[in-house]
Design a protein around this ligand. Structure first.
Ligand SMILES: C[S@@+](CC[C@H](N)C(=O)[O-])C[C@H]1O[C@@H](n2cnc3c(N)ncnc32)[C@H](O)[C@@H]1O
Length: 311
């Protein structure tokens, strides 16, 4: 498979510039994917520089291991969820941590992975296909309330309860795996007045289920808190997000570490010493892809880059 077919890295130059301040340093790429950003980091490093690359998808690890063969003395692969970062690297050991959140083009494009509403294979949505909890289990075992909450919170879908009820009615007697057409039928029934928007609604439904199946927001929260502890002073935290719930989670976690004072808001005077700040913003506003990048790689269109520095 050609490299660009697996995945084209987004905001590549901007990430390299923001992340690598010391070419002899040690870095972590928490979302290896096809290895585009990892390869960029390794290319910028001096021979003493080191990289830890994480991905929970064994296909990504296998593909990128081959791609990065020439750098094998400098890169260590971690085939685990990035929430494990704190167990895999020591405190104050990293000069930069990169997250390029979400899924790779390969995961969406390979119909057998069951990530796309346009596919013909069972809806799956597991980043790690060895996990025993796929979208099939999520759809079959959830209560109506939990399903509706996921559609509302993860994808801001209106009629979330009606949609959940329609999905449950379509799949309740199904003896075969749930296919994209079954979710399409429930979506058509829920939004008969929005048939022209159906594909974008389905994309949001799939995104909402994917976020639940992979515990995505909890992974971000746990991992980014560990990343703050794993960074050396002056080290960089560089994050690309692709939708508003991801971006909000990134901002919320980082805001915990931007505060100097940890006293409760009702406290009339500071009792904590006021020296708790661990992160400061490097970019006041998020970095966005250029029109030229979006034309070349439409998957970059919703990307937002946030950069923080460990203080
Ligand atoms: C957008 S792609 C990264 C693409 C990569 N930057 C490149 O240049 O090819 C996101 C990757 O992160 C992985 N991923 C997402 N969440 C993860 C998590 N919680 N733990 C480990 N890997 C994760 C996905 O499996 C996917 O391969």
């Amino acid at each position: 498979m050609k490299i660009a077919e697996y995945h084209s890295p987004v905001l590549f130059d901007e990430c390299m510039q923001a992340l690598i301040l010391d070419p002899k340093g040690t870095y972590a790429d928490c979302t290896l994917g096809g290895g585009g950003h990892s390869e960029g980091i390794l290319t910028h490093l001096a021979p003493e520089g080191r990289l830890h690359s994480f991905d929970r998808d064994p296909e990504a690890i296998a593909y990128a291991t081959k791609r990065l063969e020439g750098f094998k003395d400098q890169v260590t692969f971690h085939p685990v969820p990035f929430a494990e970062l704190g167990h895999e690297v020591g405190p104050a050991s990293l000069d930069g941590v990169l997250y390029d959140l979400g899924i790779s083009s390969h995961q969406v494009d390979d119909d057998a992975r069951g990530f796309t509403f346009q596919g013909s294979n069972p809806v799956d949505l597991r980043m790690d296909s060895r996990s025993d909890f796929s979208a099939q289990e999520w759809l079959r075992t959830n209560s109506l309330d939990d399903m509706a909450r996921a559609f509302k919170e993860n994808a801001d879908l209106d009629r979330a309860y009606k949609l959940s009820a329609n999905i449950q009615s379509v799949i309740s007697d199904l003896k075969t795996p749930i296919l994209p057409v079954h979710l399409r039928a429930a979506t058509e029934k829920t939004y008969p007045d929005r048939i022209r928007d159906l594909n974008s609604i389905l994309a949001r439904i799939f995104q909402a289920i994917r976020m639940e199946v992979n515990g995505e927001m909890e992974q971000i929260r746990v991992s980014m808190r560990s990343a703050v502890e794993a960074l050396k002073k002056g080290g960089r935290l560089v994050v690309i997000s692709y939708h508003s719930v991801e971006d909000r989670t990134v901002k919320l976690v980082c805001s915990e570490f931007e505060r100097t004072c940890l006293c409760p808001p009702q406290s009339p005077v500071c009792m904590c010493g006021g020296h708790h700040q661990k992160l400061k913003k490097v970019l006041r506003k998020p970095g966005l892809p250029t029109a030229e990048e979006i034309a070349r790689n439409p998957r970059a269109r919703s990307a937002k880059l946030r950069v923080y520095e460990r203080v």
